[in-house]
Design a protein around this ligand. Sequence first.
Ligand code: SAH
Ligand code: CA
Length: 220
Amino acid sequence: MSEFILNLTPQLYEYLLKSSLREPEILKKLRAQTRTMSTHKMQISPEQGQFMQLLVQLLGARKTLEIGVFTGYSTLAVASALPSYGKVIACDINVEWTTIAKRFWEEAGVLHKIDLRLGNALDTLQLLLDQGEANTFDFVFIDADKKNYSAYYEKSFQLTRPGGLIAIDNVLWAGDVADPAINDINTVMIRQLNEQLLVDERIRLSMLPLGDGLTLALKC
Ligand code: SAH
Ligand code: CA
């Protein structure tokens, strides 16, 4: 086994982007607009967006769920990769941010694929379960408040079809999860979910050091 672990320096990261990123103009524009906001770091990176598009295409996904929209970059990436009859049920509580999102979805011509559900995502997920939508989603992206990560995962698991994929963002939490001295609520909850996933035999598991860490859980 190679003991060497690649360190993605800024120079190498630039190279990676230059050599592989195919970001459409509208996504680029949304990223530039979001960069002007103090909260811009919540947005996924463009190569992660491109990777999620690839996942959606591999799965042949039609029906997807997103928990945590912000200004809509990940939603737009996924929606663009879906067929015209595909759907994203997109959950967020913030009106201001999702208003920006809707503007860009409309300009991109994918608004018809996106069903924005404003409110506490846990309630939205429970409503979907109550409405009989268990086992129907091809792809779920979890990226909202970290304190509810375990609850989001459990409900997402129920909503995902066998063979469907759950992607969970920020699982490396800027490295904090690996530092036992850091025990704030967000770090603890992400660490807890990571531990829980490792022994969850209902899934196939892979944790990728992409962006801030992305876990893939394939429902068996
Ligand atoms: N996926 C987005 C980033 C999401 S940031 C992107 O790539 O751009 C996290 C989002 O979770 C924020 O927009 C926040 O409003 C939302 N959020 C936080 N708590 C929530 C809750 N309880 N229910 C629904 N959304 C929530
Ligand atoms: Ca995130």
